[in-house]
Design a protein around this ligand. Structure first.
Ligand code: THU
Length: 161
């Protein structure tokens, strides 16, 4: 028997003022997308913005439904749209943020497990790490260099060959 340990490295910026311009700009797009979320049941509005390898950015938000499980997270709305429009263009970065109508969000919003799995698919499809930027409405901003940092010990397409 042996133990293995898996470490995740997170860059922590003390707030938005510390961010490099490209990350700041992508986060602004995610914020604007969050404002347009359809989140009438949770009142938790999430926005995501991706930077593609062709320089384009695409943003999206969560879409809820009266049949709760049929709704979709902001991250998946965004990357599914990006992949449907630009199937051969790698995703380089994704910024995620949210607005909570109940109380101001002062901690970074990470992608849920299902979104991590979906993001990982595109990372592996292009063999290209996707940088993940996570922010609340204020406070610290987390940046990880790749989705696999957030989802180690993963199930991936290689198992199916
Ligand atoms: N949500 C996202 O859009 N992304 C996440 O990673 C976590 C949760 C949405 C789903 C639902 O519309 C609302 O936030 C509350 O869970």
């Amino acid at each position: 028997m042996k133990n293995i340990q898996i470490a995740t490295e997170i860059k922590v910026y003390k707030d938005r003022t510390e961010l490099p311009d490209d990350i700041f700009n992508l986060l602004v797009e995610a914020e604007q997308a969050a404002q347009k979320a359809y989140a009438k049941y949770s009142n938790f509005k999430v926005g995501a913005a991706v930077l593609l390898n062709n320089g384009l950015t695409i943003s999206g938000n969560n879409q809820e439904n009266a049949v709760y499980p049929t709704g979709l997270c902001a991250e998946r709305t965004t990357v599914f749209y990006a992949s449907s429009q630009y199937p051969e263009v790698p995703i380089l970065k994704i910024a995620i943020t949210a607005i909570n109508a109940q109380k101001p969000l002062t901690i970074p919003v990470p992608p849920c497990g299902s979104c991590r799995q979906v993001l990982l698919e595109y990372e592996q499809k292009f063999n290209q790490p996707i940088e993940v930027i996570m922010a609340g409405e204020s406070g610290e901003v987390y940046v990880v260099a790749s989705v696999s940092e957030l989802l180690p010990c993963t199930f991936h397409g290689g198992f199916l060959k």
